[in-house]
Ligand binder design. Structure first.
Ligand SMILES: *Cc1c(COP(=O)(O)O)cnc(C)c1O
Ligand code: SF4
Length: 337
């Protein structure tokens, strides 16, 4: 997928850009590197379709070799089940298209608006609710963002901008710095929130250049990361998170409840423990959005409620995420417990 916030190709690539460029895109290579049976590769190749396989090597290093049911592998491996149609699973399950306030700008909830800055990601999550989002309709060049910026300027009820995508941290720092500065010049904005899987997928992304623009304006920065399983953390991820926190950026985590990945109490308790030990606050546990191609990840809401009830008995109150579902047209995410 391509960038939608215009970028020039820099002469030298940062480490994270090289790691992004060297991501695994070929199912056969993935199977070879993980010692997986050949039939897995064939199925993955057939199912990759319009949403190709994409796995960065720093993340791959945390997979269990030779284990077809590894919960990290399951998040990224295309399966034949994706091509089956399932009742109620649609291309735009959360009403993104109806919430477009200006090209690239989604405004659903009072006080905050979300910019879809790019369609590029450091990983392709098979359950992604934006796996079918029409990124080509989002602005590309800086000038194309003017209507969205003007819309934000005109609406004084907005105090927080969420920079999202895709993954906004796939964009170069020079561009993100320009965007942060432009947003900081809008008097009624107070907070800049980044939604990104980069700190988990390619932890070298958290570098000096990023910290500079993220903490260098008058806007209060907030980072929302996305980890679903405790095995997603290693020493490099931990130090990336520590750098953000030590620079004064609070970090929240959102996870998606996923069949075969984290739909058991042990795993989600371990995830929360890991997060709070790293000073990251568990924020949301999302019920799967019913996006076409992801039905095999669905966990029944009653089962989700059971798991969260068990989590409450085993964790400090602040370590239990809010179990929520997004319903198109509602004024906030809906709590399920
Ligand atoms: C989920 C979402 C938000 C953020 O909601 P919070 O409850 O503030 O985390 C904001 N805008 C859009 C369009 C969203 O989908
Ligand atoms: S990183 Fe986020 S936007 Fe990208 S595929 Fe994963 S869930 Fe979707």
């Amino acid at each position: 997928m391509s960038s939608t916030l215009e970028s020039e190709t820099p002469l030298t690539l940062a480490r994270w850009q090289r790691e992004l460029a060297s991501a695994i895109r070929d199912p056969a290579e993935l199977c070879r590197l993980l010692d997986l049976p050949a039939d897995f590769c064939a199925e993955a190749a057939a199912a990759a379709g319009q949403f190709p396989l994409f796995v960065p090597r720093p993340f791959l290093a945390r997979f269990r070799r030779g284990d077809p049911s590894d919960p990290l592998l399951r998040q990224v491996l295309p399966l034949a089940a994706e091509t089956a149609t399932a009742a109620g699973f649609t291309p735009d399950p959360v009403g993104d298209l109806g919430a477009t306030a200006a090209p690239g700008l989604l405004h659903k909830y009072r006080g905050r608006a979300l910019m879809v800055t790019t369609g590029a990601c450091p990983v392709h999550c098979r359950y992604c609710f934006r796996r079918q989002y029409p990124y080509q309709t989002s602005p590309r060049a800086w000038a194309d963002w003017q209507p969205a910026i003007e819309q934000i300027e005109a609406d004084e009820s907005i105090s927080e901008i969420i920079i999202s995508g895709g993954d906004p941290l796939t964009l170069p720092d020079r561009l993100l710095a320009r965007l942060a500065e432009r947003l900081a010049s809008i008097p009624h904005l107070r907070r800049l929130r980044i939604h990104s899987r980069m700190p988990i997928m390619i932890p070298s992304r958290i570098n000096d250049e990023l910290l500079q623009w993220l903490t260098g304006t008058r806007l209060t920065p907030i980072m929302v990361i996305h980890a679903n399983h405790p095995a997603e953390f290693d020493a490099a991820v931990e130090s990336a998170l520590a750098r953000l926190l030590d620079a004064g950026v609070p970090i929240l985590n959102q996870a998606v409840l996923l069949s075969g990945v984290n739909d058991d109490t042990e795993t989600l308790v371990a995830l929360s423990e890991r997060l709070i030990n790293l000073r990251v606050t568990p924020y949301y546990l999302h019920q799967l959005d019913k996006v076409a191609g992801a039905a095999h990840f669905e966990v029944a809401v009653d089962r989700g409620r059971e798991i969260v009830a068990e989590m409450r008995k085993r964790l400090p109150g602040y370590a239990v995420p809010r179990y929520v579902r997004e319903i198109a047209g509602e004024e906030h995410k809906i709590e399920l417990t």
